[in-house]
Design a binder for this molecule. Structure first.
Ligand SMILES: Cc1cc2nc3c(=O)[nH]c(=O)nc-3n(C[C@H](O)[C@H](O)[C@H](O)COP(=O)(O)O)c2cc1C
Length: 217
């Protein structure tokens, strides 16, 4: 492999921190997610709320990128973005998404899959108004995912909106807001020795109840 000079194939981590069993996972994956999330916070993991978001377009071609989890309300995972971005277009074409958290310091991964919908305008307004001013101006100034000729365009746009909203209240841009993933599958992965990892999954059935299972690693 061309990566041989980098010794990529020799990079190997043995996992031995912890174990995951059915009784500790319990019967409610949302409560268990909250437990693992606070353990990750307590472990001082930076950007503990960073997650990979995978979407797929109308042709079924997948696209993945990192976004930040900004809320977990009514069992729904919330993030904010530009609705006119590539991801926004893909979600419009195919309203299913997948999230992945990797908390390497704890040798843990969580995978979440489900339907994706916009949050209410009120909810987006509340979060938008809580952001630092620079980020709010940035949401106006950046035509996210569009090709731009150079960096200057961003600086010019930023200055323009900074001026425009210098003495009037800044509303949320209509193209910016939140999405929520309504999960129907959640998997907790705990690294174990010799690649014999623990994988506990929860799948939602038609009655809305979670069915727990264990998968081979
Ligand atoms: C740590 C990190 C956090 C990010 N958080 C967000 C976010 O919350 N919302 C967002 O729109 N983009 C976020 N991004 C940028 C996205 O990864 C991506 O570049 C951007 O959303 C455009 O993606 P798209 O063209 O697929 O729509 C983040 C990137 C990183 C590395």
């Amino acid at each position: 492999m061309s990566g041989k000079d980098l010794n990529i194939a020799d990079i190997r981590q043995e996992y031995k921190l912890s174990a995951l069993d059915e009784s500790s996972a319990g019967i409610d994956p949302i409560s268990f997610f909250r437990k693992w999330f606070s353990e990750a916070e307590n472990a001082q993991i930076t950007e503990v709320n960073a997650m990979t978001l995978a979407t797929a377009d109308a042709k079924g071609i997948p696209h993945a990128r990192i976004v930040l989890l900004k809320g977990l309300e009514n069992s729904e995972f919330i993030f904010f973005t530009n609705y006119s971005s590539s991801k926004g277009r893909e979600i419009g074409e195919n309203p299913f998404a997948s999230l992945v958290f990797f908390w390497k310091e704890l040798e843990r991964q969580v995978r979440i899959e489900g339907k994706i919908e916009k949050v209410s305008a009120t909810e987006s307004d509340i979060y938008f108004n809580s952001r630092p001013k620079g980020s709010r101006i940035g949401a106006w100034a950046s035509p996210q995912s569009q090709e731009i000729t150079d960096r200057d365009i961003l600086d010019v746009n930023y200055a323009r909106y900074e001026q425009e909203f210098s003495d009037i209240e800044m509303p949320r841009p209509p193209h910016w807001g939140g999405y929520k993933i309504i999960p129907n599958y959640i998997e907790f992965w705990q690294g174990r020795a010799s690649r014999m990892h623990d994988r506990i999954t929860f799948t939602k059935n038609e009655n809305g109840d979670w069915r727990r299972a264990r998968l081979a690693p």
